[in-house]
Ligand binder design. Structure first.
Ligand SMILES: [Zn+2]
Length: 326
């Protein structure tokens, strides 16, 4: 198994009016290092990409990575560079990145340029930023790569903020912190959501469970599915009766709470997500909570109900006034 640690630089439009929703970020550089199963470095990859969409450098990108459009014009087409990159990666690989975004944007660029998808469903990968949080801080906070390099006293022998150097340093961090147990903490890129029921993701850790559904035509249809709407205890697999049914304080997130006789209170959270193909899929987590956290969920549910009621009565009053010709 090869660990492919990669980093991208991308460019975007200087004004939102000219930004294409199919490709808000155009990849302009790919940098990567390859490690074998023993975490020995076995290869390096670095190529610039000639822009085909945004021909002007975004003011922040240009400043951050000190790159001029002229330099990029000497690069290859995305399609060709990407083909060479995949060839260099080989088949037996696991992608590793700093943060969650790179694999998604890479696939969005592949789709825009008409390339075959990397996968028909979710892709497991290692988010080294998350792994560092688990290994050193036991929290999900997002440290910058530079902060972590300093904290681990890794020598800064090449400049930051270019695709290759960021991949190089991310690789150094991974090499330093990896243990077989830590490497079990896969993240999943869901740019391509599960294509069928058997591809759905059901992940369980000591403290929470996560479920990523296949695509549904819409949100209503999704909630009709018992796997979506249920709240199960992930420790004993019992289907629980909800103490607080699903409610939505905003349009995209839903919460519920339930009680398991053996394991205590649990909170469910659903995020309704949309794929680039226009489908709707569900990202649900269920985790153990304290009685105090349960009270907070109850208060939030009450606030949501109150604001709905106020909204409804205002609407009805409006209608009644209209009916009276006022
Ligand atoms: Zn239980």
């Amino acid at each position: 198994m090869n660990y492919i640690v990669f980093d991208l630089e991308w460019n975007q439009s200087n004004d939102l009016k000219h930004s294409l929703s199919a490709i808000p970020f155009e990849v302009i550089e790919i940098g990567a290092v390859k490690y074998d199963g023993r975490f020995e470095q076995t290869g390096q990859f670095h190529e610039l990409i000639r822009p085909q969409v945004y021909q002007e450098m975004h003011h922040v990108t240009g400043r951050l990575i000190h790159m001029k459009m002229k330099e990029l014009m000497g690069g290859g087409r995305f399609q060709d560079v990407m083909a060479r990159f995949l060839d260099w990666c080989g088949e037996d690989r696991i992608f590793c990145t700093w943060g969650m975004m790179d694999l998604t944007e890479l696939q969005r660029n592949m789709k825009y340029f008409g390339m075959e998808p990397l996968s028909r469903g979710p892709i497991p990968f290692l988010d080294v930023q998350k792994l560092y949080g688990i290994a050193y801080e036991d929290v999900k906070n997002c440290r910058s790569l530079e902060y972590v390099i300093d904290a681990l006293e890794i020598p800064k022998d090449i400049p930051f903020h270019r695709a290759f150097s960021d991949a190089y340093y991310t690789g150094k961090v991974l090499q330093r912190i990896q243990t077989p147990k830590l490497l079990e903490n896969f993240s999943y890129d869901v740019y391509h959501p599960p294509a069928s029921r058997d591809q759905e993701l059901k992940l369980v850790s000591d403290t929470y469970a996560r479920y990523i559904s296949r695509e549904f035509p819409d949100k209503k249809e999704a909630f009709r599915d018992p796997e979506v709407s249920s709240c199960k205890c992930f420790l004993c697999h019992r289907n629980l009766k909800k103490q607080i049914p699903w409610f939505a304080p905003n349009g995209r997130q839903y919460y519920c709470a339930a009680y398991c006789d053996s394991h205590g209170y649990l909170k469910g959270e659903i995020r309704v997500r949309h794929s680039d193909e226009g489908g709707t899929f569900i990202d649900k987590t269920v985790k153990l909570i304290t009685p105090e956290e349960l009270e907070e969920v109850a208060r939030q549910e009450e606030r949501t109900r109150e604001s709905r009621k106020r909204h409804r009565s205002r609407r009805q009053r409006g209608k009644a006034l209209k009916g009276q010709g006022l």
